[in-house]
Design a protein around this ligand. Structure first.
Ligand SMILES: N[C@@H](CCC(=O)N[C@@H](CS)C(=O)NCC(=O)O)C(=O)O
Length: 220
């Protein structure tokens, strides 16, 4: 039985989206980010605190102290993108790689998203949500860091309907969830219309909509 540790308002969302796409049975064990508790003035180590990323029992499972973590048949796996690549391959079907070449490209795009895009995309999302005196400067600098990778992705999507394989796969989920962090920056999205429309197309899928509704219903 698949157990996913995390909450919807975290990178676990990409795993929850994929699990819905695959129709695999799973249990979600809520684990809150410790920094969110600290921000609310709650000590993550007090007995009253909800199960969180600093709870010793969770740290035994994930020494890095980060969500999501997957447990499946004795396998304990962290890193959300690795979890998705594993789940897709385990389930097989159209979202999974059909051959080693497709698998290599799915790994390539996941690593590109994680290393070239995610940090700057998050640097847009946080100040967009929280504001702050230097929000505009931080967002402008992050958008500039994204210009080259998004231009590369725009060119790729001009020639391909999807990230790889000519169909919707786990590679689209991984990249779409990374790019979602920058999606609120309308001028940036307008500069990359193919990226913007591919992202909307991915997010129109019922499995995304189901995950998103559950995320919206989850307390902040
Ligand atoms: N690269 C990791 C990042 C994991 C990560 O940083 N998770 C955040 C939540 S999205 C976390 O658990 N933070 C916990 C904390 O800082 O207390 C992945 O993709 O899974």
């Amino acid at each position: 039985m698949i157990t996913l540790y995390g909450v919807y308002r975290s990178r676990a969302s990409r795993n929850l989206w994929l699990l819905e796409e695959l129709g695999l049975p799973y249990t979600l064990k809520p684990v809150m980010q410790a920094y969110r508790l600290v921000a609310k003035g709650i000590d993550p180590l007090t007995p009253e605190a909800p199960f969180n990323t600093r709870t010793p029992e969770f740290l035994r499972l994930s020494p890095a102290g980060a969500i999501p973590v997957l447990e499946d048949a004795g396998l304990v796996l962290s890193e959300s993108l690795a979890i998705n690549l594993y789940l897709a391959k385990k389930a097989g079907g159209p979202l999974a790689p059909k051959n080693p070449q497709e698998e290599a490209l799915m790994v390539q795009w996941a690593l590109y998203g994680a290393t070239a895009i995610e940090e700057a995309a998050l640097a847009i999302q946080y100040p967009l949500m929280a504001g702050g005196d230097d929000a505009e400067t931080v967002i402008a600098a992050a958008a500039e860091r994204l210009a080259r990778p998004l231009a590369a992705l725009e060119a790729h999507l001009a020639a391909h309907s999807h990230i790889t394989g000519g169909r919707f796969t786990v590679a689209d989920i991984n990249m779409a969830e990374i790019l979602r962090y920058a999606q609120g920056h309308a001028p940036l999205m307008a500069r990359f219309p193919r990226v913007a429309s591919w992202l909307k197309h991915c997010q129109a899928r019922p499995a995304f909509q189901k995950m998103w509704a559950a995320r919206e219903a989850e307390p902040m």
